[in-house]
Design a protein around this ligand. Sequence first.
Ligand SMILES: Cc1cc2nc3c(=O)[nH]c(=O)nc-3n(C[C@H](O)[C@H](O)[C@H](O)COP(=O)(O)OP(=O)(O)OC[C@H]3O[C@@H](n4cnc5c(N)ncnc54)[C@H](O)[C@@H]3O)c2cc1C
Length: 305
Amino acid sequence: MFDLIIIGAGPAGMTAGIYAARAKLETLVIAGEFGGWIARENVEIENYPGFEKVSGKELIGRFKSHLESFGVRTKMAEVFELKKGDGIFEVSAGEEKFSAKALIVATGASPRPAGIPGEKDFLGKGVCYCATCDGPLFAKKDVAVIGGGNAAFDAARFLAKFAGKIYVLEKGKEVSADAAGREALEQTGKARIIANARITKIGGDNFVKNVAYYDAGDPEKKEIILPVAGIFVKAGNSPAAEFLGSLVDLDEKGQIKVDPGTNRTKTEGLFAAGDVTDAKYKQIVIAAGQGAAAALSADAYLRRL
Ligand SMILES: Cc1cc2nc3c(=O)[nH]c(=O)nc-3n(C[C@H](O)[C@H](O)[C@H](O)COP(=O)(O)OP(=O)(O)OC[C@H]3O[C@@H](n4cnc5c(N)ncnc54)[C@H](O)[C@@H]3O)c2cc1C
């Protein structure tokens, strides 16, 4: 039996592991893979303190060797079920079961691709999912934002600080962003909202050069090509929280509701951290901070048992 099991080995899970090890908790980190999106894709990070510019792979590698330097046990496996009985958590991963007195869920969330031809090919070459992360790379360049919800408008407004023109492409007849978001974007004077847009492909050579669409109301489906250097896809996120059943409360986006500050969930001894939670901002430094908070809360909980 472990004191603590941490599910997930992104910035949140690995930071939680480092804090747990320093608190001398018998800890197991279980993860499908180390890192997640940022370790897998061609991501350059310019906003993690202490590193002016670092690849996602290298940063995750450093988190991992820091975690391993404390001798924390790790297991590569997908967790598919979590149960709690008699105050003990039972985790089913692959063919095995593990038990612990406390548990931290740090399973992250994946940006939902829009499924546009060219989207995968140009990932990291102009196709981005995070305006806060990659927006500054598009100074004075024209960009497109795909989506018409609040997240898309927030992204477009952030991009207006750097970019030239911003096209917001929404497939519905109307955007769903709220009035305040629409007004704030309009005030930048840089954005053009295009509703009813059916995007057909993202084009370019080594990097994105354009995005093509047609108007859904046009019977001829005449293709219109917008020259842009960047495409920001804001089609929502999929938090990895399905396997938790009724042990947690989820918000309308499927994110785990946590108590801000302690990262407690509704179940005693169960904590959550990082992008899988309902924290407003999704960033590496924030996920790491939440991982630290969750581990400190788990340690305090275990000391009270
Ligand atoms: C393309 C892209 C670029 C980004 N660029 C930046 C940037 O420049 N700067 C920045 O601050 N942020 C950036 N972000 C955001 C940042 O990556 C996240 O905020 C951060 O990684 C969240 O960390 P996390 O630990 O919560 O989750 P993740 O990093 O997503 O890690 C989740 C972990 O959980 C594991 N897992 C999931 N489900 C299970 C399961 N059922 N069983 C076992 N393990 C499981 C995964 O294998 C992984 O180890 C970017 C995101 C994307 C998508």
